[in-house]
Design a protein around this ligand. Structure first.
Ligand code: F6P
Length: 368
């Protein structure tokens, strides 16, 4: 039987609590002990019973719908260094944990993948320096790791949806519905900046769901001249047809084809100067990450938590660490290494201005 730990890492996302609940209860149901690592990788680096806590069935009561993550999260710098991962390895062994489930975004899962790959050398070093006994060295030779993707950004390759993305999308749509009323009353334009880091999924989907006039996303950059021209033509047409409100959604990662960031204020200036529209900027900020999880995220997080426990019990030293994904409405296992690699390649292709490659990488993960 395994001692299975769950941690949440990176930016919190609605549904992370549901994932923790599912992992804890599925682990106990299968006769394992369940643990929570508090404060993400920070808790692993610090170690001890304050940060690595055994969880009972009742400890996660009420978690299903709650927003945020009750076991805490952090963006941990120490874990990025080998020394941080070495001490984390020791702390896991001290707590008797031999399977780890990480619910987080691409950065957190990249960390998990690195930890898994380094584990043999970390444990060897701990044995050579007498930090662990020979018995522990033999007992903890393999750490089973599994990723469940929790992030509002929906930016992880090989999964159709990340836990939290639909809740965040719901928050954005509600906010824009509110803005609509005041925009319409004053016949104003609003430029709404939404999160998503380097991914435009939230902006794109919110644009469709609120019938925004124009959206700017990192995946479809054009020259400054082109986007300004196109936006003004479209907004101008809508206004000519009698539309009293204008909504432009800007992804926080929106860029021009020469990689210059496009800010909400840049967009506002164009609407004011070229179309003479009375324009306001609304940056939704962390409101997008708050609140309870929508039904889809509760279900996704629960099914993925149950599958993650099954996966860590199935994985042998020779099977690659899995990432629990959703593909065409089915909960599936994907190789964690592969998902991290594709996600990184997309970011690199954008950095190298190779937008075609970035798009084809995103397309290929869907057509696989
Ligand atoms: O990754 C989730 C996210 O909300 C991004 O959309 C955003 O860029 C970032 O985290 C904000 O980070 P922080 O909460 O640390 O300011």
């Amino acid at each position: 039987k395994r001692n299975i730990a769950i941690m949440t890492s990176g930016g919190d996302a609605p549904g992370m609590n549901a994932n923790v609940r599912a992992v804890v209860r599925a682990a106990i149901y299968r006769g394992c002990k369940a643990f929570a690592i508090m404060e993400g990788y920070e808790g692993l680096v610090r170690g001890g019973p304050q940060y690595i806590k055994e969880m009972s069935w009742h400890d996660v009561r009420g978690y299903l719908s709650e927003g945020g993550t009750n076991i805490g999260t952090a963006r941990c710098m120490a874990f990025r260094e080998r020394a941080g991962r070495l001490i984390s390895c020791k702390h896991l062994i001290e707590a008797g944990i031999n399977a780890l489930i990480v619910c987080g975004g691409d950065g957190s899962l990249t960390g998990a993948d690195l930890f898994r790959a380094e584990w043999p050398s970390l444990i060897q070093e701990l044995k050579d320096t007498n930090e662990i006994s020979l018995e522990d060295f033999n007992t903890y030779k393999h750490l089973n790791i599994c990723g469940t993707v929790g992030s509002i950004d929906n930016d992880m390759a090989t999964t159709d949806a990340t836990i939290g993305a639909y809740s965040s999308l719901d928050r954005i749509c509600r906010a824009i519905d509110y803005i609509d009323a005041t925009a319409n009353s004053h016949s104003r334009a609003f430029v709404v900046e939404v999160m998503g880091r380097h991914c435009g999924w939230l902006a794109l989907m919110a644009g469709i769901a609120t019938s925004a006039d124009y959206i700017l996303i990192p995946e479809k950059p054009s020259s400054s001249k082109d986007w300004q021209e196109q936006m003004c033509t479209i907004v101008g047409k809508h206004r000519a047809k009698g539309k009293r409100k204008t909504i432009v959604i800007v992804a926080e990662g929106a860029i021009t084809s020469d990689l210059q960031p496009i800010s909400a204020n840049d967009v506002k200036d164009v609407l004011v100067k070229r179309l003479g529209l009375d324009t306001r900027v609304t940056t939704l900020g962390h409101v997008q990450r708050g609140g309870t999880a929508v039904a889809f995220d509760r279900i996704l997080a629960t099914l993925q938590g149950v599958e993650a426990v099954k996966a860590v019990l199935d994985v042998t030293p020779d099977t690659p660490s899995p990432l629990i994904a959703i593909e065409e409405n089915k909960i599936v296992r994907k190789p964690l290494v592969e998902a991290v690699k594709i996600t990184k390649s997309v970011a690199e292709a954008i950095q190298n201005k190779d937008f075609e490659k970035a798009m084809s990488l995103r397309d290929s993960e869907f057509s696989e």
